[in-house]
Design a protein around this ligand. Structure first.
Ligand code: ZN
Length: 127
């Protein structure tokens, strides 16, 4: 029997490619190509988070925490932007007020950088 006449055992749940290997079709299966992609993503994430994952559960927990942390940062940045707009300041003026560069302020507002001491002080004045 040639490979082209062979019926696929399942289809990749990521890209939809047919899978000819002996897999359990009742479960979500992923083709070799997508598995490699996933592994590469894992390696990138491990580097980014400076940790390694023991198993799927460990992975989900760590990535979950990482996401929460990112959202928290992002939320704080949004708050900062709100305060700035309420004051009617441009990013340039606000950066001068806070004693940081405009670039730094932009990155804090977008949640890339954590808020610096001057901003946290501003928050406590607002609160
Ligand atoms: Zn695939």
């Amino acid at each position: 029997m040639t490979r082209s006449k062979q019926k696929p055992k399942a289809f990749c749940c990521e890209c939809g490619d047919p899978i000819y290997a002996n897999v359990d079709p009742s479960r979500d299966v992923v083709c070799a190509k997508c598995t490699n992609k996933k592994v590469n993503t894992l390696i990138v994430l491990e580097k980014k988070m400076k940790t390694d994952f023991k198993d799927t559960k460990d992975f989900n927990e760590k990535v979950g925490m990482f996401d929460v942390e990112n959202k928290r940062k992002h939320h704080a940045g949004t708050q900062l932007r709100k305060i700035r707009k309420a004051k009617g300041f441009s990013q340039k003026i606000m950066a001068l007020e806070l004693g940081c560069s405009e670039r730094h302020l932009k990155r804090m507002e977008s949640g890339v950088l954590p808020l610096n001491k001057a901003v946290l002080k501003l928050f406590s004045l607002q609160g």
